[in-house]
Design a protein around this ligand. Structure first.
Ligand code: ADP
Ligand code: MG
Length: 249
């Protein structure tokens, strides 16, 4: 697949909850192997946008195409097939506390009935734990891991089904700056190794700058500023985009 190719195409997407207008004409593209950072204040609709992308919510109007397919038109089976191509880790989604790292990693494979041998499953788990730099944690429980380690295992678990798109919803929230840096490097490594296209939702401009090929700022339900870090910041015309920058640097 060519890097100019669009893997996600969003056109005039709108979504309200009752009187609350959340998305008010979102236009956005994600290119193959790109890392696109989505910024926006809390409650601006960032998570709603990626929930529409994986068919957990449906838009009121407009278009959300992933790999050329209109998500809202997919029936159960093709939607499930599509979801396997998209790895998503939501803010709230955590590891299962009663399962070891190995069992947590294995769970998506078992649930999706992949016909893999024990040997193949183990090889895949080991490869991914190596990729995230945590091979020694395989038999540990989540309670024995640090916050940063849990995030890394979460990313490894998401990768086990070989997704082509990775959605990271606030991957560095609640982590110290050094651990944030590690997660940022992990996001870059994952792209390099697995050739994924990624959307990273974050409040953290350092994360945005380190990882993103392009930034997109969600304001009043639309993406008004989209471009490279230097295009969007620090010379933003919109005072609110500028204030994001001033607050962080
Ligand atoms: P964020 O940008 O912080 O991720 P969200 O996308 O989670 O924000 O939410 C945007 C707005 O939509 C919030 O005001 C939230 O309360 C509201 N919202 C999100 N999901 C639902 C839902 N399923 N039902 C009603 N309101 C919702
Ligand atoms: Mg959110």
């Amino acid at each position: 697949m060519n890097q100019q190719e669009k893997v996600v195409e969003i056109k005039d997407l709108r979504k309200s909850f009752g009187d609350l207008k959340v998305l008010q004409g979102v236009d956005l593209d994600l290119f193959n192997e790109e890392i696109l950072v989505v910024l926006g204040k809390s409650g601006s609709g960032k998570s709603v946008l990626i929930k529409i992308m994986v068919g957990l919510l449906t838009q009121d109007s407009g278009s959300m195409k992933v790999f050329g397919q209109e998500i809202a038109q997919l029936k159960k089976k093709p939607l499930n097939a599509m979801r396997l191509r998209i790895g998503f880790s939501f803010q709230s989604s955590a590891l299962y506390d009663s399962m070891t790292v190995r069992e947590n990693m294995e769970f998506p494979l078992v649930r999706n009935e992949k016909n893999l041998s024990r040997k193949e499953i183990d090889r895949r788990i080991e490869e991914l734990l190596d990729s995230v730099g945590l091979p020694q944690t395989i038999n540990q429980l989540p309670s024995e891991l640090s916050g940063g380690q849990k995030k890394r295992i979460g990313v490894a678990r998401t990768l086990i089904l070989n997704p082509e798109i990775m959605l990271y919803d606030e991957p560095t929230a609640g982590l110290d700056p050094i651990t944030c840096g590690d997660i940022n490097n992990l996001i870059l490594d994952v792209r390099e190794q697995y050739k994924t296209s990624s959307i990273v939702i974050t409040h953290d401009l350092t994360c945005a700058k380190q990882t993103g090929d392009r930034m997109a700022v969600l304001l009043d339900g639309q993406f008004k500023s989209v471009g490279t870090f230097d295009e969007v910041f620090p010379n933003a015309d919109d005072a609110r985009v500028k204030s994001f920058y001033d607050y962080n640097f």
